[in-house]
Design a protein around this ligand. Structure first.
Ligand code: IMP
Ligand code: MG
Length: 172
């Protein structure tokens, strides 16, 4: 049986998501905020974050698939679901579960930039920094870890564990 070691408990997640929602609500006051969540991992984070915002926001999704490696990004990425809303001249905030090497986010940001949004920022539940290779700025971070493979609260390992309400480190 794989080991699941608790990383973020329910009350910690609630507190972290509430804090970041408050910051976003204040930063984007009187702007035209569009949240673009990266499927599938960001679905639970988006759901909690969006309902804690005190400002209007549109919601859309995109999905990328990364090929090659199992638990790390290969850098070969392609879109399997494109955004549907028009983001031109809008304030876009990309919502992601976890950033590891940063290659996926770099690819997503370069793509979204081509639609000429007014602003383009990143909000992530977990910044896992040890293997960061791509040059990206993460504007909103809930939690930081150095390394480890995390599951739960949207994050999966081979499509398992996404529905767990808390975040764990998976030791296979
Ligand atoms: P990156 O391109 O290396 O930054 O990888 C980002 C993507 O890999 C995320 O969107 C996740 O889907 C996945 N990923 C990276 N680390 C983890 C992890 O610890 N648990 C679950 N998924 C992860
Ligand atoms: Mg993901």
């Amino acid at each position: 049986m794989p080991d699941l070691i608790p990383v973020l408990k329910k009350d910690e997640i609630d507190k972290l998501v509430s804090e970041v929602a408050q910051k976003i609500s204040s930063d984007y006051q009187d702007r035209e905020l569009i949240l673009i969540a990266v499927l599938k991992g960001a679905y639970m984070f988006l759901s909690d974050l969006a309902r804690r915002l005190t400002i209007p926001a549109q919601i859309d999704f995109l999905r990328v698939a990364s090929y090659g490696a199992n638990s790390s990004s290969s850098g070969k990425i392609q879109f399997t679901k494109e955004i549907e809303v028009n983001i031109r001249d809008k304030d876009v905030l990309v919502i992601e579960d976890i950033i590891d090497t940063g290659l996926s986010m770099r690819f997503i940001l370069d793509h979204l930039k081509s639609f000429e949004p007014k602003t383009l920022k990143v909000c992530v539940l977990i910044d896992k920094y040890e293997r960061r290779g791509a040059d990206i700025t993460i504007d909103y971070v809930c939690h930081t870890v150095q390394k480890g493979f995390l599951v739960g609260y949207g994050l999966d390992y081979a499509e398992k564990y996404r529905n767990l309400p808390e975040v764990y480190q998976l030791n296979l």
